[in-house]
Design a protein around this ligand. Structure first.
Ligand SMILES: *Cc1c(COP(=O)(O)O)cnc(C)c1O
Length: 388
């Protein structure tokens, strides 16, 4: 009689392998913290899957590595890492590239939490930080210090939408061996070719367009060469920044429809922006593809398309309370942070702080989603009517 195994042992299945002979259109979700070695002598952990594939789930499973590889191909990077959010990618780049005593430059128009990370967290570790005007052009060299090691670009900028001359900033920075990092979230990593522009590090919040359905936090962090690959990879491993294979599978699914979503969003956003530009309540429309946007010439030269985020400046004689009433009066446009999903969003910025001399009261940032554009225009029209 065969010896019966304790049922408790039967419950804990020893080894699960990815089955062969099953092919589908879908990238499988492969989870795993412990990954098994063939023998005791093989049990060596390494963060770099190119060195040692699958030594510990923290450094990648087939699902996470598949997403990273697809983005690397899409962006033409030397290599791409994933982080749990866009903010985590920004923090990781700063920590990997900066030492105590170094100086980092951010555009005045940078994503607010990225400025907050540098001033609040890195400030405690003796990293100096200052802001530069996003359209500084050649004048940017006056912002360089002897200890400047990293300069951030974000193009277009958050809320005020300045399109930067990234290739020019790269040339001036590289003359002084300053590393250039780009927040390429607006362009979804595809409408602006970061590595053709000479950027060293390019991140995007996959939370936005790539995932595309407002249900995931995730980011990619792409590098231009092997030495940056080593520097970033080590830092991420030491931080323990793992990403979830489930989240990665959602981003892989989003990727399949990114092109059609972006095309539809671009068309609708342009229609809405042009309509708003003709309205008497609207003083300015900052949409990168429209001539009124600061840095529009750089967009024409460097971008292959526009996406769905832009801002409007309502007339300065409209009181703040009325701006809030306008946003609350919208029904298809919801109010909330983040963007890039199927739902249109509106969010007011009534007292945005920028060092440049611009009137930044009464800003409303819009994200145009996938609703029928005529309905969106009608929604804006009825809400604008409350201002009169
Ligand atoms: C949303 C956003 C981020 C941060 O992404 P999260 O995944 O929400 O942390 C970074 N940069 C820009 C420009 C963004 O719009």
């Amino acid at each position: 009689m065969a010896m019966k195994r304790n049922w408790r042992s039967l419950l804990a299945k020893d080894v699960t392998t990815v089955p062969t002979g099953f092919t589908s259109l879908v990238a499988p979700v492969v989870r795993g913290s412990t990954t098994l070695f063939k023998s005791a002598g093989d049990a060596i952990e390494h963060w770099d899957p190119r060195e040692r594939p699958y030594s510990y789930g923290l450094h990648g499973t087939p699902t996470t590595l598949e997403l990273a590889e697809r983005i690397a191909v899409l962006e033409g990077s030397f290599g791409t890492f994933l982080t749990p959010s866009g903010q985590a990618a920004i923090a990781a780049i700063c920590v990997a590239m900066l030492n105590a005593g170094d100086h980092v430059l951010l555009p005045d128009s940078a994503y607010g939490p990225s400025k907050a990370f540098v001033s609040e967290v890195l400030g405690r570790f003796d990293v100096e930080f200052s802001l530069y005007p996003p359209l500084a052009d050649a004048d940017i060299v006056s912002h360089f210090r002897a200890n400047t090691k990293l300069i951030w670009c974000e193009s277009p900028g958050s809320v005020t939408m300045e399109v930067q001359d990234v290739p020019a900033i790269v040339r001036l920075a590289h003359d002084r061996s300053i590393v250039v990092a780009l927040d390429n979230t607006y362009a979804a990593g595809v409408l602006f070719d970061a590595f053709a522009a000479g950027v060293d590090l390019s991140m995007q919040a996959l939370t936005k367009y790539m995932s595309g359905h407002s249900d995931v936090f995730l980011a990619s962090l792409s590098v231009a060469n092997d030495s940056l690959y080593q520097q970033i990879g080590r830092t991420l491993a030491r931080f323990g920044m793992a990403v979830s294979p489930d989240d990665c599978s959602l981003a892989l699914r989003g990727m399949q429809t990114l092109a059609v979503r972006l095309d539809a969003i671009e068309r609708s956003a342009l229609t809405v922006a042009r309509w708003l530009a003709d309205r008497p309540e609207v003083e300015q429309v900052w949409h990168p593809a429209l001539p009124g946007c600061p840095g529009h010439e750089s967009w024409v030269r460097d971008f292959s398309g526009s996406s769905g985020v832009f801002s409007i400046l309502l007339r300065s004689d409209i009181p703040s309370a009325a701006v809030l009433r306008f946003v609350d009066g919208l029904s298809l446009f919801k109010t909330g942070f983040s963007w890039g999903g199927v739902t249109s969003l509106a969010i007011p910025y009534l007292a945005l702080r920028r060092s440049e001399d611009r009137d930044n009261r009464n800003i409303v940032r819009l994200h145009v989603g996938l609703e029928p554009v005529d309905d969106l225009v009608e929604d804006l029209a009825q809400a604008l009517a409350t201002l009169n």
